[in-house]
Design a protein around this ligand. Structure first.
Ligand code: FES
Length: 99
């Protein structure tokens, strides 16, 4: 959670390994998914240096929740199953689904 805005901070790794895995193909899809889900106003999307687990595919972090194994093919599924619930949980959205 961003202290100033109260928004959920999503950090997308832009490190060299994640670059190799295709993070620049994931970024526009992620932006589109955030907009489609109507949560773009609840988040701050930032680029990050290496988040640690470089061998596990592209990594992003939403608050304290780290999501690995992202690539241009899995981003939609990971968004629905992991990222969107994390955003809703951390932002206090009443539509939060149980994990
Ligand atoms: S380069 Fe992305 S987790 Fe290390």
């Amino acid at each position: 959670m961003d202290q100033d805005s109260g928004k959920v901070v999503i950090s997308l790794c832009m490190g060299s390994a994640c670059h190799q895995f295709g993070v620049y193909g994931v970024l526009p899809v992620l932006r589109e998914l955030l907009r489609e889900a109507g949560v773009e106003d609840q988040v701050v999307l930032k680029g990050a240096f290496c988040l640690g687990p470089c061998t596990k595919g592209i990594v992003l972090q939403a608050g304290k929740k780290q999501i690995t194994g992202i690539n241009p093919e899995t981003i939609r599924k990971k968004f629905q199953s992991q990222l969107l619930p994390a955003i809703r949980k951390q932002s206090g959205d009443p539509h939060e689904q149980p994990e």
